[in-house]
Design a protein around this ligand. Structure first.
Ligand code: PMP
Length: 428
């Protein structure tokens, strides 16, 4: 496959946009080469500027769980746009999507909509600090919660890909209030609580991690976090930006039966438009302005296009009793195919998967945290990525990212992908 026009467009974009992209991981820095410029997408496929068709395993980093240009969402957005795109005033549809999200997700009474996952996590932390009158937070190395200052401390995703976990511009003061623990490591969390008594406002975690590749929580780990937070009057925040409405209707809380104090959402909840949200029980959410003292706001928050896209998406998910079962089966089928493909070679590999999130690490050791994720061989990964691209399969352009399957994938698509993986693995 040729990607000449994408290459030319990238050269031009770099003159006007830093790095040619509006979000760093898109730049292919981890895998080399230039990004693919998309012209359109439908269902499981991307169509690029060179006229290639690619099977998409990223799906806008998660939102397009029912496939690209999913017709009910597209039609609802078009219809809604005709009656105005933003008012900065309340609309009935905001209550409708709030009601539905609260019905789908366990343990939440109220929800507030914002414009991105970053905003959701940033606001959740402020709310937790206000609610508890404490300053410090615990995060896990390799977990990514958006690009707000408190979280850019050993963050995963692009922040790992680019080898600048501590970004310039984040003040020492901010960094001091973010305590770092090791994912799946109870002792590291216990030590932080012991060393900072009555000081920790919140512990934020990706309950299934997706920003150091996909890493499932070890058995009992989430329950341990729940218990230690309760014992210390610290709020447990589940960042379900990736996992919410993807691993189950009620996200990880439903899947693992653990209730957090605050949940953050993004991606799927916006149906492909810029939406994030955070939610909690009534007493916590009513600490927010205008009822309570913690300030949080947004000109475009809850705008009608975003809300109708999200509402249409959530309705589709809520009314499809088989969706998560189908996604699980499709991803398990892919996992098995990839295992067979690499088992026939001498290449060391580890595959992690939860539901429709999957990633392959070129390491022998099991990948359970940031340190083990970093053991993966990036040279193998690069070869795999570019090999798959040549075959017409688009996977995440970094080993630190999860793949996100869409229900639009057929078994023919999966077989095509597995055949491509076999060929690429054999050539690697
Ligand atoms: N939290 C998690 C778990 C994420 O994966 C991401 C983005 N990939 C974010 C927060 C930030 O969301 P956004 O990019 O919409 O700001």
């Amino acid at each position: 496959m040729e990607y000449k026009r994408s290459s030319a467009l990238f050269i031009e974009a770099q003159q006007y946009i830093p790095g040619g992209v509006n979000s760093p991981v898109r730049a292919f820095k981890a895998v080399g080469g230039h990004p693919i410029f998309v012209k359109s997408a439908k269902g499981a496929y991307l169509y690029d500027e060179d006229g290639n068709r690619l099977i998409d395993y990223i799906n806008s980093w998660g939102p397009m769980i029912l496939g690209h240009a999913y017709e009910p969402v597209v039609e609802a957005v078009i219809e809604k746009a005709k009656s105005g795109t933003s008012f900065g005033m309340p609309t009935e549809i905001e209550t409708e999507i709030a009601k539905l999200a609260i019905e789908m997700v366990p343990g939440i009474d109220k929800i507030r909509f914002v414009n991105s996952g970053t905003e959701a996590c940033m606001s959740a932390i402020r709310l937790a600090r206000g609610f508890t009158s404490r300053n410090k937070i615990i995060k896990f190395a390799g977990c990514y919660h958006g690009h707000s200052d408190s979280f850019l401390i050993q963050a995963g995703s692009g922040a790992s890909t680019f080898g600048m976990p501590n970004s310039p511009g984040v003040t020492v003061g901010t960094a001091q209030d973010t305590l770092l623990a090791t994912y799946n490591n109870e002792a590291s969390v216990r030590e932080l609580f012991a060393a900072n008594p009555h000081e920790i406002a919140a512990l934020i975690v990706e309950p299934v991690a997706g920003n150091m590749g996909c890493i499932p929580p070890a058995a009992g780990f989430l329950q341990f976090l729940r218990d230690i937070c309760s014992e210390n009057n610290t709020l447990l925040i589940f960042d379900e930006v990736m996992t919410g409405f993807r691993l189950a209707k009620g996200g990880v809380q439903e899947l693992y039966g653990i209730t957090a104090d605050i949940c953050c959402f993004g991606k799927v909840i916006g149906g492909g438009l810029p939406v994030g949200a955070f939610a909690a029980r009534r007493e916590i959410m009513d600490f927010l302005a205008p009822v309570g003292p913690v300030y949080q706001a947004g000109t475009l928050s809850g705008n009608p296009l975003a809300m109708i896209a999200g509402l249409t998406m959530l309705r589709a998910i809520n009314s499809d009793a088989e969706l998560f079962k189908r996604l699980e089966e499709k991803c398990a089928y892919l996992e098995n195919g990839l295992r067979v493909a690499f088992s026939e070679t001498a290449i060391p590999f580890t595959i992690n998967r939860v539901g429709s999130m999957i990633s392959i690490h070129f390491a022998k050791e099991s990948v359970v945290d940031f340190a083990t994720a970093k053991l993966g061989d990036n040279e193998w990964f690069k070869k795999f990525f570019h090999g798959m691209l040549q075959e017409g399969v688009y996977i995440a352009p970094s080993a630190y990212e999860s793949w996100f399957l869409t229900d639009a994938l057929t078994y023919e698509d999966l077989d095509f992908t597995i055949r491509a993986a076999k060929k690429v693995a054999a050539e690697m």
